[in-house]
Design a protein around this ligand. Structure first.
Ligand SMILES: [Zn+2]
Length: 161
């Protein structure tokens, strides 16, 4: 986990946006107390698949998450620390094979600065409380944000409304 990223999240970085200026302009008032565990403590509470995604920046295989087509109303929380990350109202079917959201719960997701390839730009994002890696943000999402949070289903848990 990137230490600077984590500290900016703790300081109240807002819901992730593609550009650093947007991050600063959208600051959240909530203070999030970090959850810190050793590697062995994480291994004790996570499945091997969860550990790989959350703590080793892994990616689950596409089209494997049972949450891909989940349409229940509720909240998706971090599988590592239970911080609410996404509201089901922002979930949509991107057709990519991973659960996708067009927005996150304000202040609960920390994004790294934008990464550009010759084809597209994206940012990696983490849970703002435990620093767990969750996925990547792309700028090909639907309105109103135009963003796509490409989430690893194994890294979140559904909590019914
Ligand atoms: Zn977390």
């Amino acid at each position: 986990m990137n230490r600077r990223l984590f500290l900016s999240a703790v300081a109240g970085t807002a819901c992730a946006r593609m550009l650093p200026e947007a991050l600063a302009a959208d600051a959240a008032p909530e203070r999030i107390v970090p959850v810190v565990k050793s590697e062995s403590e994480w291994r004790a509470v996570l499945t091997p698949e969860q550990f790989h995604v959350l703590r080793e920046e892994g990616t689950e295989r596409a089209f494997t998450s049972p949450l891909n087509h989940d349409k229940r109303k509720g909240t998706f929380v971090c599988a590592g620390c239970a911080l609410p990350l996404f509201d089901s109202a922002t979930k949509y079917d991107s057709g990519t094979g991973w659960p996708s959201f067009y927005d996150c719960i304000k202040g609960h997701v920390a994004a790294q600065s934008e990464i550009r390839t010759s084809y597209y730009a994206y940012s990696e994002y983490h849970c703002a409380r435990c620093g767990g890696h969750h996925g990547h943000i792309f700028n090909d999402g639907p309105k109103p944000t135009g963003l796509r949070y490409c989430e690893n289903g194994v890294a979140i848990r559904f909590v019914p409304a």
